[in-house]
Design a protein around this ligand. Sequence first.
Ligand SMILES: [Zn+2]
Length: 139
Amino acid sequence: MVLKRKVKVGDEVEAKCGKCKKVTFHTIESMDGDEILKVVCKVCGARHKYRPPKRSKDKKKAEKRMAKKMEENETRWKEFVLEKDGESLKQYDISGVYEEGDLIEHFKFGKGYVLEIMGNKMIVVFKDGERKLIFNVKK
Ligand SMILES: [Zn+2]
């Protein structure tokens, strides 16, 4: 979890300056709760709305996390599908009835494993991630 550093009026923050056309240090002039409203550029003195600098590093980290999650999901999916290999594969149909542990075949998402059932919704693990599907719906 990323903890946001608390800032207050008068603090220095990095922000995008329209005049300098780059990220510079700014002094916070006004805030609304935790949200920075106005800042003053320390380089050119321009007073403007706070524009947070682009977080390319965080973005990359998030992408990496996503990739890892996808990989973990695929590994889990493979385990489920292999474990169930040879058992009957149920075609997914909105009016069908399924149980936890069922291996289903979805017309669009492919093979999936029923992880959890909640009423007429089920969480199915597909190769590319978990999906919530409805079932047992009378047509
Ligand atoms: Zn500036």
